[in-house]
Write a protein that binds this ligand. Structure first.
Ligand SMILES: Cc1cc2nc3c(=O)[nH]c(=O)nc-3n(C[C@H](O)[C@H](O)[C@H](O)COP(=O)(O)OP(=O)(O)OC[C@H]3O[C@@H](n4cnc5c(N)ncnc54)[C@H](O)[C@@H]3O)c2cc1C
Length: 495
């Protein structure tokens, strides 16, 4: 008899797990709390504008393509990907800017023009990043890490790569220019970590970008989510939206069914959680079904930072603004320390500005631009009152953008709304309103992260940002591969 798998949460980890498990012949149902699939990649429509709510940078498009090839279908029939150039423009407080992307030669020429002393250092950084990538991404990202002995086997290669160093320490060993050090150390922020204490294994992101480029789908991330949702429906995956899992029915360490919206039972043979693991273990799994390691993890975890995101449109175009711009403030180390350790909001902010209409003008009315501005902020462990601070930070951020990048913005603004860490908590049940679940520290990576196979329950598996290998699209898509492997192994044992 065909076994049924219920996936709780329809983020990209849940969607990819659904497709992978469906391709193995299982009957699959996805249950999602929001009105549409995609998780943090929701889409907001406003008067002819389409704003992607979350991820915007696609670094490993082959991981998406492989979801179509599982069914002998072509991603290009549903989604068109554009390769971007440059990948990012970094703008510093002294007015200088640095375009990053293209071929290695382009980056070397840009570094030479910026600070020739760092050309050789960059080549060494790239060489080391490849080594980190070969181990951290190619070899380990899609391997289950729930067994301690597997971790022990990896220790020598981790030590050889110097993974005890932070990304910041690693970058500083290679580059001298403070601005370039900032530009090449921001990668942990893309997955919720502080570059000052995130293990340099995440330096692999640098080579990941180099190896596969940076891409953006036609129709924005919303276009990609639509394509994936269509594929899921074509191959017979059932999706239920506006449905929050409120209880797990557990007997003898086995889940028999879940309760949705407090009244509907959905039965299954195996269950996959794409929820924030902290929410899963704190609110849905009784303590008696948790082992000591899980209890410790849920109690002593470092949470990623929060995000403040402003979505807005302008009735003119700003053709000189690139698709991805990072606008650095004056301070870096102190700003990161305030966000991650002191849980304090700093006036001197750094901003990531997304201008998707640079690549796909159809995302705004003709002659207009659509934007989002993202500001890393403390998570809800701080005592910031977002009902008041939200409006202040919105004004402050728009002012900075007007002064440094978007002249006369206030005159051309068509609309503007924002999302605070409170919204991340309410919309996605993300504990402490975290942007990226738990932080990617060395002590919260691999075996130390929430395992892809739940302890204490024999038919529950975990995918998504809070589990191994971690947040970001390549991470959550890789977690779907792991979950599929683990479900199949369990099924063989159960048969
Ligand atoms: C603003 C922003 C920008 C980002 N930019 C990038 C980027 O450019 N590139 C990149 O690679 N990564 C980026 N990321 C990170 C990336 O988006 C995430 O790591 C990834 O999308 C997380 O996917 P996920 O599958 O873990 O879960 P999520 O997207 O968090 O989905 C989990 C789903 O579970 C649902 N859920 C929760 N509780 C329940 C419940 N009880 N019942 C039913 N459903 C429930 C939630 O509603 C949610 O839809 C960004 C993140 C944010 C927030």
């Amino acid at each position: 008899m065909v076994k049924k798998i219920v996936i709780m949460g329809g983020g990209l980890g849940g969607m990819a797990s659904a497709l992978r498990l469906r391709s193995k012949g299982y009957e699959v149902t996805v249950v999602e709390r929001c009105h549409a699939l995609g998780g943090r990649a929701q889409v907001y429509h406003h008067d002819g504008y389409q704003h992607d709510a979350g991820p915007t940078v696609i670094t490993a498009p082959h991981l998406f393509e492989s979801l179509w090839t599982l069914f002998d279908q072509q991603m290009s029939d549903d989604v068109t990907m554009h390769a971007l150039s440059p990948w990012y423009q970094f703008i510093f407080k002294d007015g200088s800017s640095f375009d990053y992307g293209g071929e290695v030669e382009d980056t070397l020429a840009a570094i030479k023009a910026f600070n020739p002393d760092d050309v050789n250092g960059y080549l060494n950084l790239l060489k080391e990043s490849k080594k980190l990538y070969d181990v951290g991404f190619t070899k380990l990202a899609d391997q289950p890490f729930h067994q301690f002995k597997f971790l022990i086997k990896q220790v020598p290669s981790m030590l050889k790569l110097g993974c005890h160093r932070s990304v910041w320490q690693w970058v500083c060993q290679h580059l001298k220019d403070d601005r370039l050090r900032r530009a090449f150390s921001i990668q942990p922020l893309l997955v919720g970590g502080n570059p000052m204490n995130t293990t340099c294994i995440y330096g692999l992101i640098h080579y990941l970008e180099r190896a596969h480029g940076i891409h953006f789908p036609k129709g924005g991330m919303g276009g990609l989510i639509k394509g994936l949702t269509n594929l899921m429906h074509r191959v017979g995956i059932e999706t239920i939206t506006n449905a929050t899992v409120t209880k797990l029915n557990i007997r003898n360490h086995h889940i028999s069914s879940i309760v949705v919206n407090e009244h509907t039972n959905i039965r299954g043979d195996y269950f996959v959680s794409n929820l924030d693991p902290l929410h899963l273990y704190r609110s849905l799994i009784p303590r008696k079904n948790q082992n000591r390691a899980v209890r410790l993890k849920t109690k002593h975890t470092h949470i990623s930072m929060g995000l403040f995101v402003i979505y807005f449109g302008t009735k003119i175009k700003y053709p000189n603004v690139k698709h991805h711009t990072i606008l650095f403030g004056e301070t870096y180390e102190q700003l990161l320390n305030d966000i991650f350790s002191k849980l304090k909001l700093n006036k001197d902010i750094s901003i990531y500005l997304h201008r998707p209409t640079a690549t796909d003008p159809s995302l705004a009315p003709h002659g207009h631009d659509g934007f989002y501005a993202l500001v890393p902020v403390p998570n809800l462990l701080s005592n910031i009152d977002w009902s008041q601070t939200g409006e202040e930070l919105k004004k402050h951020t728009l002012q900075i953008l007007e002064q440094r990048l978007l002249p006369e913005l206030s005159k051309h603004l068509t609309h503007c709304f924002y999302k605070t860490p409170n919204d991340f908590k309410d919309d996605y049940l993300s504990e402490y309103g975290a942007g990226f679940s738990i932080a990617p520290r060395f002590t919260q990576s691999a075996w130390f992260r929430f395992h892809n196979k739940a302890e204490g329950l024999d038919n529950l598996f975990l995918c998504g940002a809070g589990t191994h290998p971690g947040a970001g699209l390549p991470g959550v898509l890789s977690s779907a591969k792991i979950v599929t492997k683990l479900v199949e192994e369990s099924d063989l044992v159960d048969a």
